[in-house]
Design a protein around this ligand. Structure first.
Ligand SMILES: NC(=O)c1ccc[n+]([C@@H]2O[C@H](COP(=O)([O-])OP(=O)(O)OC[C@H]3O[C@@H](n4cnc5c(N)ncnc54)[C@H](O)[C@@H]3O)[C@@H](O)[C@H]2O)c1
Length: 374
């Protein structure tokens, strides 16, 4: 081997070894963890008490007043105790949410505020839900860039600094038109064309980088479109699959902003929340990767309408296509391959399309048994 290359190699090895020595956390074999940019020197070990696996986690949910956060908090509170799960957002909570458990103001763009929250509440798990979703993000790219990218950097740093277990949801939107779409595997080309998708690929890669570089316990699921009964969607491309139930029950008709045959992966919120807890509780050694696809079903607006019709015989669907949302949907997976999640931590969905439709209509007060009998 030429001397120059050998010398260079030795220097690189020395640098990497000295970096590894300074790291407080156990490293993964063969990787090179070092201190996070926010970690304090070795004499500042008082900074964060480590989380014992026997303790209940102390959970912070950012962006918790969106479509998914409140349901997640309720679920985790039943498991870990009401006071161990703190919901946060920059919006004002309703009286009901405020009374149902701890809520605090937390802006993910304010690092000092985030750090104070983590320290004062002795947080050990951080579930990072703040984001601008696909359609809203395209309407305000600079805010989406700030919240979804700069905000994520704050989250990664505070989680690394305080040895937190960090969950960041990703999305089918992290894929693009050059990704295989039917089905889309975990590892393939990811060239999304929305700021939302770009920011989520960034989150996946940065989280994995922090995991390998600093030992951060980063866990990420790529959710499909999530359908919930008791919370409003936040401006995503799959929102139609929530709105259709409200309108079917209220008016017996629905105007869809995607084409009839636009097939996308979807999941009922109970499955989404359970998947999140399961991956958070999975033993580290069972995780062969840190970012997993999860899926439950895949359908188009016309297939969903057919299923609704079985319960609401007078139901009518019409189409008035929104070109921005349609272009986004046409670049997204039609079907999601989640076989790695099913193999590694035994992911299994409960809700398929018929079950989803019955549950959603029942929630909105529609008696599906009567309708079926008619
Ligand atoms: N809902 C879905 O179908 C879906 C699908 C895939 C992935 N996800 C992901 O799940 C997460 C939650 O989704 P959601 O549907 O609940 O989103 P949402 O848009 O309904 O809620 C996002 C929340 O983030 C908050 N937020 C915005 N800026 C903030 C800031 N600076 N600091 C703190 N909070 C801020 C908003 O106030 C809002 O309550 C997001 O990361 C999203 O990308 C959602």
């Amino acid at each position: 081997m030429p001397v120059v290359i050998r010398t260079l190699r030795q220097t690189v090895c020395q640098v990497l070894q000295s970096t590894a020595c300074r790291c407080r956390k156990a490293a993964l074999p063969g990787l090179f963890p070092g201190p996070s940019p926010w970690q304090l020197p070795a004499d500042a070990n008082f900074h964060s008490a480590s989380f014992s696996e026997t303790d209940q986690p102390r959970v912070l949910i950012t962006g918790g007043l969106g479509q998914l956060g409140v349901g997640l908090a309720n679920f985790l509170r039943k498991r870990f105790g009401k006071d161990n799960v703190i919901l946060s957002d920059i919006r004002k909570p309703s009286d009901h949410i405020f009374r149902s458990g701890p809520f605090i103001y937390s802006d993910i763009l304010d690092y000092k505020n985030l750090r104070e929250t983590v320290v004062n509440h002795r947080i050990t798990w951080l579930l990072h839900y703040s984001a601008l979703l696909s359609a809203v993000g395209e309407a305000n790219v600079s805010l989406a860039r700030a919240v979804n990218i700069t905000g994520l950097h704050n989250i990664l740093d505070v989680a690394t600094e305080h040895n937190l277990r960090l969950f960041v949801p990703s999305t089918i939107g992290a894929f693009g038109p050059t990704s295989p779409r039917d089905p889309t595997p975990d590892l393939c080309t990811q060239r999304p064309r929305t700021i939302y998708g770009v920011s989520k690929v960034h989150a996946e890669l940065m989280g994995e980088y922090y995991h390998y570089r600093y030992g951060l316990d980063f866990r990420c699921l790529r959710y499909p479109g999530i359908i919930s009964a008791d919370s409003q969607p936040g401006g995503g491309t799959t929102d139609y699959a929530v709105q259709i139930f409200h309108d079917a029950v209220k008016n017996g008709k629905f105007e869809c902003n995607l084409k009839a045959n636009t097939r996308l992966p979807m999941m009922y919120i109970d499955d989404c929340i359970r998947a999140t807890l399961e991956v958070m509780e999975a033993p580290a050694e069972s995780l062969s990767m840190r970012t997993y696809n999860v899926n439950a079903m895949s359908f188009s607006p016309e297939e969903l309408a057919q299923e609704v019709l079985k319960h609401v015989p007078e139901f009518q669907i019409t189409y008035n296509v929104d070109s921005v949302r349609q272009a986004i949907a046409d670049s997204w997976p039609m079907n999601f391959d989640d076989s790695n999640a099913r193999k590694d931590w035994r992911w299994k969905h409960d809700f398929d399309l018929p079950e989803l439709v019955t549950t959603m209509l029942n929630f909105h007060g529609f008696d599906t048994r009567v309708a079926q009998a008619n």
